[in-house]
Design a protein around this ligand. Structure first.
Ligand SMILES: [Zn+2]
Length: 316
């Protein structure tokens, strides 16, 4: 059995004329921002892979600047605007900065044939939400999912709008609360918003009430913010237990998802093989390299002869 692949987390100090103090501040902010990403921040020996070859990752240094093991910063250290976020200068519904996504970026968006009419899968009957790493289909489709929401770049909106491809966003309430309007614009561009907890904790092993608060609470808040209550869920770090799936079902959501490929810094990491397969679910994040990641994901789908399709259309 192939060990699930988690995305890389590579953090380096900025070079140049930055003072040591500024550099440390940026490092801390970076740690905080990336600590929230699925699989990208687990501090303790999470396996990451390079094309299926697992590598043990060691823990980051502990101390007053370290993030906690559950991937969250200690209380009070959450920055309102993670590094790379252009929401610092962009009001929630301000137009995108002119030229934020250059013509060169937009010209690299692959073109796809239309997605075929979706053939819905069958979900198991029972008290637990389905757990899916891919959609079991032979249709020539793949599914692009984008997690968290800490980094909010105008060019991401432009790229999603220009690509005309469906994407599913698994949003964390703490990551989006400073600018929910940003994701409304993505929604207008074809994205569908689903749940990814309130605070991005590790859920596996946590008590029922804790998981209910995180899972149901996030679906409730997203429903209130966007007018559509999520029907799908992704647990932070892709980690879950039976309680997670029972609670997901209790909270009115049908399925929870892992992934087959991850994208980071413009590189697609395959859990199995070297090609996107029909039905694969691809994971990326709202990160500073959004444009490179988005284009790499679409190119991989294109190279496999597949078309992006909407995950929700395959769930009954
Ligand atoms: Zn996440």
């Amino acid at each position: 059995m192939v060990r699930p692949l988690a995305p890389h987390l590579n953090i380096s100090l900025p070079r140049g004329r930055l003072s040591a103090r500024a550099a440390v501040g940026i490092l801390v902010s970076t740690l905080v921002a990336f600590s929230a990403c699925a699989g990208g921040a687990d501090a303790s020996n999470r396996w990451v892979g390079d094309h299926g070859r697992p590598v043990a990752r060691s823990s980051p240094p502990r101390g007053p600047l370290a993030v906690t093991d559950d991937g969250l910063p200690p209380s009070g250290q959450l920055p309102p605007h993670p590094p790379g976020s252009s929401s610092v200068s962009a009001p929630p519904d301000a137009p995108s900065s002119p030229g934020a996504a250059g013509a060169d970026l937009l010209s690299r968006i692959p073109t796809f044939p239309p997605a075929p009419p979706a053939e819905k899968i069958t979900l198991p009957v029972g008290p637990a939400a389905a757990w899916l790493t891919h959609i079991p289909t032979s249709q020539k489709v793949a599914f692009l999912t984008i997690d968290d929401g800490w980094v909010k770049q105008p060019e991401a909106i432009q790229l999603v709008q220009a690509a005309h491809v469906p994407v599913t966003l698994f949003l964390t309430i703490d990551a989006i609360r400073n600018n929910p309007g940003y994701f409304k614009r993505l929604e207008a561009g074809g994205a569908v918003i689903e749940a990814h907890t309130l605070t991005h904790p590790e859920l596996k092993g946590k008590p029922l009430a804790f998981q209910q608060h995180e899972i149901c609470g996030s679906a409730d808040q997203l429903g209130a913010l966007y007018g559509r209550r999520p029907v799908l869920f992704r647990p932070p770090f892709g980690d879950k237990d039976l309680t997670t799936l029972l609670v997901t079902h209790q909270c009115g959501m049908k399925a929870a998802f892992f992934w087959k490929e991850t994208v980071d810094k413009g590189v697609v990491h395959f859990q199995e093989g070297h090609t996107v397969q029909p039905g694969d679910i691809i994971l990326m994040h709202f990160r500073p390299a959004f444009a490179a990641d988005f284009l790499a994901a679409l190119q991989a789908i294109h190279d496999a002869g597949l078309t992006p399709a909407l995950l929700e259309n395959y769930i009954p």
